[in-house]
Write a protein of this length. Structure first.
Ligand code: ATR
Length: 284
């Protein structure tokens, strides 16, 4: 609460944004931790992200989540005060003001790690295939490596993009290079303990064109996208022998929890909010 009794103002900015579950999640976290807050969705014009962010903070905004397609622009805006994670990811999903300065962090990687742990598939000691080399993949490469996977391979439809991503990370953290591979989808090899889909293919309803025999025994197939029904990638994974599958709803709640901790200094409980969201999405 502010002195005047008005709840502090938070929000998420993107384009499109109407579908966002973040208001529900943050208001639930607020209830849980007895913090009074407001949280809104903000549609920024594709050419008006900077102006939208400036207006939000000029009008009393305290913290802002950033989603597609603005995470790279948020990184540029907060360039003077970036967390290590944001700097290495090249993307920002959490903004806040501190001493009159805009700060940025990326909590997507932490959200994924927490969810993999929750699912009983922590990355430590695992061989992981990361499919995709766009913004979503970039944000999770380093957290996965730092969590101690023995090998991480990025496979992308455009192989050059995967190799560029590897070169970028290896340039910044050279000691990771020996456990980091990159290439095309058909070079994906296997077997892998965890296969993570970070492509936008599920949004289009077609799975990435992956070779067979990717999955080790007890492997987990994880789609960063979430939906009421299994995504095209998860359906393909089941069909190709993945024993366990999960969508990205847990990652969504996990990244929100990490942002909440930055803003409010309290770590909320993810589980009840995740259950409520599942019910809302008509999950069983
Ligand atoms: P995002 O920020 O969501 O990662 P992006 O930067 O546009 O968005 O990246 C989209 C990713 O999904 C890329 O890795 C893209 O592959 P290309 O680099 O070859 O374009 C991948 N992608 C999208 N649709 C795909 C499909 N049908 N099959 C395989 N990969 C796909």
């Amino acid at each position: 609460m502010t002195l005047s009794g008005t709840p502090k103002r938070y929000g998420v900015v993107g384009n499109p944004i109407a579908q966002s579950r973040s208001p529900f999640i943050h208001l639930e976290f607020g209830r849980q931790t007895a913090i009074d807050l407001s949280y809104e969705t903000i549609l920024a014009p594709l050419d008006g992200f900077t102006r939208t962010v400036q207006e939000f903070f000029e009008h009393g905004g305290a913290g802002l989540n950033v989603t597609v397609p603005f995470k790279e622009q948020a990184f540029d805006l907060a360039h003077a005060h970036l967390s290590e994670r944001a700097r290495l990811a090249g993307a920002v999903n959490t903004l806040w003001m501190q001493d009159g300065q805009l700060h940025g962090c990326n909590t997507d990687g932490v959200g994924l790690l927490k969810d993999l742990e929750r699912l009983g598939h922590p990355p430590t000691g695992k061989k992981i295939l990361l499919v995709g080399a766009g913004g979503a993949a970039k944000g999770v490469v380093l957290p996965l490596m730092e969590a101690g996977c023995t090998l991480l391979r990025v496979a992308n439809r455009t192989a050059e993009r995967a190799r560029d991503l590897r070169a970028h990370v290896a340039g910044q953290v050279p000691q990771l290079a020996p456990r980091f591979e990159a290439g095309s989808l058909d070079e994906a090899g296997g077997p892998w303990d965890i296969v993570i889909n970070a492509t936008s293919s599920s949004l289009g309803g077609t799975p990435p064109d992956l070779p067979r025999n990717l999955y080790a025994q007890e492997a987990l197939a994880y789609d960063m996208v979430y939906a009421a029904r299994p995504t095209a990638f998860l359906a393909q994974a089941r069909e190709q022998g993945a024993r366990h599958t999960a969508d990205g709803l847990g990652m969504l709640v996990g990244q929100a929890a990490a942002a909440y901790r930055i803003w409010h200094g309290r770590m909320p409980d993810v589980e009840p909010v995740l259950e409520a969201l599942r019910r809302e999405l008509h999950y069983t």
